[in-house]
Structure formats: structure tokens, C-alpha cells
Design a binder for this molecule. Structure first.
Ligand code: F6R
Length: 610
């Protein structure tokens, strides 16, 4: 998704902007550009494709400037090309800006501006903003007032950075629905859509909130509303290091993040289990725990992988907390006028904390008076800040577009929340203790599964040319079947579907032949016998089979073509183990197909537009 970085200070901004944009590459983009002021003249350089191409272009131009902004674009309005790339400039090249988000009323605004004689160069919604601001400047307003006046006419979402060559001492930034953070340095300041872009320079940051406009000079910062009311802002210290963001010696971020899971799980669990009581303590939920325990219904809302985590959460909450639970796609929830009662608690699960649909669903639920709770990975993200309370997953930055460690940490947090609620209801201390003990053992068990990496690579070699896959699981492992299929399709571009295993006979069985590999998630639990019958049905039709099975299950080897054996745990926690071989399988197949694992085509890490 689009990225923003900006600099004002005493150093040459060009390398700072380029390095910042490289840090944002992981979000996914299709074009890149920067704008600077050199001797009171605006210079905009942009291109379709990679930041490295932009860097080559800039090297030839040998530019120097103390103020500039840079952007990576992920196309929404208009194809990826140089004209549609940001920054966008006004006609006399004095104002340029970069924009994340979508201007919903851009067509109306554009019509009006064309009537005033403005000419548009791009197909983007963003370009209206620069002409709208120009229109106010031409009426005699300064840049800050012009931005405030322009934004009061705009409907939609934006993270914006604007520079004007006639006021070269400032960058104006504005936020509504798209994240922006200001970095505070020594005689220099920064702006970015994601702290990783500026972390090499400062750890002191100010998060802009929706509706805020910031004037950033090299030695000062102030924030106002669109109506020019002053806003006091607090400076936060970032604890994340750049090392955390690097690949750490692995070929891809995705592999690093899969391998990190023993550690990320320890981080998700740290300080949160009360062994004696067989319960958990979650600081972020302390103020709402009674309301949560007494809630009549829980709704879990999320997108993609986080939605799959929600499905597992539904099984946990209903089995142990005995609270009716529903799981909703955020994109559906936000538009269907959901019925929300006063005793409902609604969880919003999001790795990035910035997913547009989840954020919009959250705002809808909040407006209807629900108790809104977050399960987020990105600290200080919009969802984390908008919710009444919540729990951080502490998985650390996830850079690979395909979510892996964030998923297992979400499941871990859902299990901790289950303990928190269930122990205050009907779960006994002994049963709570068993869950707590099993949670503690998970990191070691994951370490064991990760030693199967080579075996899984061999299986990947065998199946890398398949064009379809079916994933089947039951109970707690039905969502894992969905997640395994999603992992495979998003990075290997192989069509894959996940189903509850018993549903196979209601349709998908027609697809089974020797060209259809079927992955069964078949740990020894109460549904084991039934899944064995499903395996037999597939074998009888010539399908090739892979099973994720329990380490003490010797029988299954006679039945399937390949088995991947994992340690046993209690049923509710099996998804945290069964998903790991599926992550590795998808990873190795994609690598063997020579694909860009960390930045798959058409995908973005953080989907901040609808
Ligand atoms: C899949 C994946 C996506 C995200 C989804 C929600 O690997 O990463 O399906 O899970 O876009 O993102 P978050 O969790 O950031 O809200």
C-alpha cells in the first residue's frame, strides 16, 4: 500500500527519502517518486516500478535539498505509470504533494476546478488536492490556511504531505483515515506513514490523529484542526529497533518470520499467565473484564488471515466461555447495518491495525455503542487507538506480505482471552491450569516442527507444478484449512481452496483426481476417525494426499502419500501447531516457482483502502 516519507532539516534530503522509501517497499507498491526544493524551485522526479530505478535516476541528476517528500504508490485510481505516480504538482510547479487514501468526491471537485481553468495531467483522485490548494493560494491565503480550506471541501481519506516552493521552510501534513507519524530530530524533522521509514534517524515520534493538520519546520512542529484550533501533541518513544526489521540472515522475510514463531509466541505469552490460578492477566483488558465476562454475545471482526484467527477464536470462546460468538468479515459488517446490543463485545483483530475495512467496521460498532476491543500487532496503530481496550499480540514487525507469525500470535492471545473469561465463568482451576501449561509448551513444540523444514521442502518439490490444491480440516482445524489454502494461493498463485472436511462430499469431491493434491489437517483429536474416512474417500478416487498428523500416529502413513508429524497438544491449541507446516509448504512451493515471496503480485501488506 502507498507509503509516505518526508524530511526538513540541514542535511541533503535525497538519500534520506530514498532510504525511507526502501523501508516502505514491503508494503507493496507499483511506482515511486520524490519532490524537493532546490534554490526555491520545485523538482519532482518519479517513475513506474521500483525505488531502485528512482535512485538511479536521482544519481544522474545529483540533486541537493534540505526539504523533500517521497512516495510509493499502489494504484487505486489510474494505472501504474509515471504520470499517475506522486508527487503531483500544480501547473506552475510551485506546490507538490503526496497522498495516501482515496478522495471520494474527487469527480465533483475536479469538474469545479476544470471550470476554473485547471488542467489535469493524471487520472488520479489525488491530483485534485494540489489544484484545490493552489486555488486558495491564488486567492491570497498562505499554504497552511489553503490546506485547511481545501481539506474542509474534501470527502474521503488521506495521509498527506505538501510542500510549497514559496514557503520553503515547512512541510504540511494532514491525516484522515490514513496513518501519519512525525519524527522529531535535532534541528531536523520527518514525516512518514510508517515509523520504519524514519527509525534510522529518530525514535521520538508524534502520531497524528484523524482531522489533524501539522506544520513541520526544521526546528518546530505544531498541529491544528481544519478550523485552525491548536492541538497539544504528546511525543512518544519508539522501542522497535531497525535490526528487528531486517531479514536476519534468512532468504526472505517470510521464512524469517515463520522461524521466529517460537520467540514471538514467548513474547505473546510473557507475563500473561497466572500459573497458580490457571488463568491469565491481560493489562489492556483490566478495565473491561467484568463487562466482557458478562457479555451476552461476542462478535469478532477482521479480514483475511486475521479473520481466520477469529474463526478459531469462535471455537475457543464458545467451548470454554460459553458465550455465543459470531465471526464477521469487516467488509461485510461495516455495510450491513449489524444488530448490536448493549451487552455485545466486539473484537477487531488486525496485524497492521490499519486495515481500512476493519477500521471502518470498528467505527460503525463504536457509533452503535458497543464495547469495542482490539487484538493488534502494530503498537499505536489506528485500530489500537480507536478501541476502548485491547491486547497487543507482540509478534514484532511483520514484513512479509503473507501473514505468518502474526496469525499464531493472534491465536495465542485469543487463547489467553479465553482463559481470562472462562476462569471467571465455568472453567475449573485444574482445567485452566492444563490450558496454561499447554500454552507454555507451545514454543518448544514449534521449534520441533521447524526442524521438519527440509522434509517439507522435499514435499514442495513434488507438488510445485500442481495447479490446484484442496485443504481439509475439521473443528478447530477447519480455519487452518482456510489459512493453509490462503497462504498457498497468495504467494504461489496456485488455486487452492479450504473446506471443512465433511463438506467435501457435498461438492468438492467432484474435483478429485490424480491432479488434485489434498492436504488433510488430521491431528489425533475427537474428529480423527472421521477425517480418516475422508482420506480414504480421496484415495479411492486417485487423489494425492498430504497429512499433518500427530507424531504418535503410525497408522496414517499407510494411508497417505506424505505425512508431516507434529507434537500433540490440547485440541484448542492445535491450530497454532498445524498451521506451521502449511506456512512452510506454501513458502517452499513459491520459492521453487521462482516467485517474489515477500511481495507477491497485486498484494499489499497493509490494505488501507477499500
Ligand atoms: C494474508 C494476509 C491478509 C491480512 C489481511 C488483514 O496473508 O496477510 O489476508 O491478514 O489483509 O490484515 P490485518 O491483519 O493487518 O488487518
Amino acid at each position: 500500500m502507498c507509503g509516505i516519507v518526508g524530511y526538513i532539516g540541514e542535511r541533503n534530503c535525497v538519500p534520506i527519502l530514498i532510504n525511507g522509501l526502501k523501508r516502505l517497499e514491503y508494503r507493496g507498491y507499483d511506482s515511486a517518486g520524490i519532490g524537493i526544493i532546490d534554490n526555491n524551485k520545485s523538482i519532482v522526479v518519479k517513475n513506474k516500478g521500483k525505488v531502485s530505478l528512482l535512485e538511479d535516476k536521482l544519481e544522474e541528476l545529483n540533486l541537493y535539498s534540505n526539504i523533500g517528500i517521497g512516495h510509493t504508490r499502489w494504484a487505486t485510481h489510474g494505472i501504474p505509470n509515471e504520470l499517475n505516480a506522486h508527487p503531483h504538482a500544480n501547473e506552475d510547479n510551485t506546490i507538490f504533494l503526496i497522498h495516501n487514501g482515496i478522495i471520494e468526491n474527487y469527480q465533483v471537485l475536479k469538474k469545479g476546478l476544470i471550470n476554473f481553468g485547471y488542467k489535469f495531467k493524471s487520472e488520479t483522485d489525488s491530483e485534485v488536492l494540489v489544484h484545490l490548494i493552489d486555488n486558495f493560494i491564488k486567492k491570497g491565503y498562505d499554504l497552511t490556511t489553503s490546506v485547511q480550506l481545501a481539506l474542509s471541501e474534501v470527502e474521503g481519506t488521506y495521509g498527506l504531505a505538501i510542500v510549497y516552493s514559496k514557503e520553503p521552510d515547512k512541510i504540511i501534513a494532514a491525516r484522515k483515515g490514513s496513518p501519519l507519524v512525525v519524527g522529531i530530530g535535532d534541528n531536523e524533522n520527518f514525516i512518514a506513514s510508517d515509523v520504519s521509514a524514519i527509525l534510522a534517524h529518530t525514535k521520538q515520534v508524534i502520531y497524528l490523529e484523524d482531522g489533524e493538520i501539522a506544520v513541520i519546520k526544521k526546528d518546530s512542529f505544531n498541529a491544528t484542526t481544519v478550523h485552525n484550533d491548536e492541538i497539544e501533541k504528546e511525543i512518544h518513544e519508539i522501542t522497535m529497533t531497525l535490526d528487528e526489521i531486517d531479514r536476519g540472515g534468512y532468504a526472505h522475510f517470510m521464512l524469517k518470520e515463520i522461524m521466529e514463531q517460537p520467540e514471538t509466541l514467548r513474547n505473546s505469552l510473557r507475563g500473561r499467565i497466572i500459573d497458580d490460578e490457571g488463568s491469565s492477566v491481560l493489562g489492556g483488558l483490566t478495565d473491561v473484564v467484568n463487562k466482557l465476562v458478562n457479555s451476552k454475545r461476542i462478535i469478532i471482526t477482521a479480514c483475511g488471515t486475521s479473520w481466520h484467527a477469529g474463526l478459531v477464536g469462535e471455537y475457543m470462546f464458545e467451548q470454554f466461555c460459553r458465550i455465543p460468538t459470531e465471526v464477521e468479515y469487516a467488509s461485510e459488517f461495516r455495510y450491513r447495518n449489524p444488530i448490536i446490543e448493549k451487552d455485545d463485545a466486539i473484537f477487531f483483530i488486525s496485524q497492521s491495525g490499519e486495515t481500512a475495512d476493519t477500521l471502518a467496521a470498528l467505527k460503525e460498532a463504536k457509533m452503535k455503542g458497543a464495547l469495542v476491543l482490539g487484538i493488534c500487532n502494530a503498537v499505536g496503530s489506528s485500530i489500537a487507538r480507536e478501541t476502548n481496550a485491547g491486547v497487543y499480540t507482540h509478534a514484532g514487525p511483520e514484513i512479509g506480505v503473507a501473514s505468518t507469525k502474526a496469525f499464531t500470535s493472534q491465536l495465542t492471545v485469543l487463547a489467553l482471552i479465553t482463559l481470562l473469561i472462562a476462569r471467571r465463568k465455568s472453567l475449573s482451576r485444574i482445567d485452566g491450569k492444563q490450558i496454561a501449561d499447554e500454552l507454555r509448551l507451545l514454543p518448544e513444540k514449534i521449534e520441533k516442527i521447524l526442524t521438519l523444514n527440509d522434509q517439507i521442502e522435499v514435499i514442495a518439490e513434488e507438488f510445485k507444478n500442481s495447479t490446484n490444491f484442496l485443504y481439509l480440516g475439521r473443528g478447530y482445524n477447519f480455519p487452518v484449512a482456510l489459512e493453509g489454502a490462503l497462504k498457498l494461493k497468495e504467494i504461489s498463485y496456485i488455486h487452492a481452496e479450504g473446506y471443512p472436511a465433511a463438506e467435501m462430499k457435498h461438492g468438492p469431491i467432484a474435483l478429485i483426481d490424480e491432479n488434485m493434491p489434498v492436504v488433510f489437517i488430521a491431528p489425533k483429536d475427537s474428529t480423527y476417525e472421521k477425517i480418516i474416512s475422508n482420506i480414504q474417500e480421496v484415495k479411492a478416487r486417485g487423489g494425492r494426499t498430504i497429512a499433518i498428523a500427530s507424531e504418535d500416529d503410525n497408522d496414517i502413513d499407510q494411508l497417505v502419500d506424505y505425512s508431516i508429524k507434529i507434537p500433540n497438544t490440547i485440541r484448542m491449541l492445535t491450530p497454532i501447531l498445524t498451521v506451521i507446516p502449511l506456512q512452510l509448504l506454501a513458502y517452499h512451493i513459491a520459492v521453487k516457482k521462482g516467485l517474489n515471496v515477500d511481495q507477491p503480485r497485486n498484494l499489499a501488506k497493509s490494505v488501507t483502502v477499500e
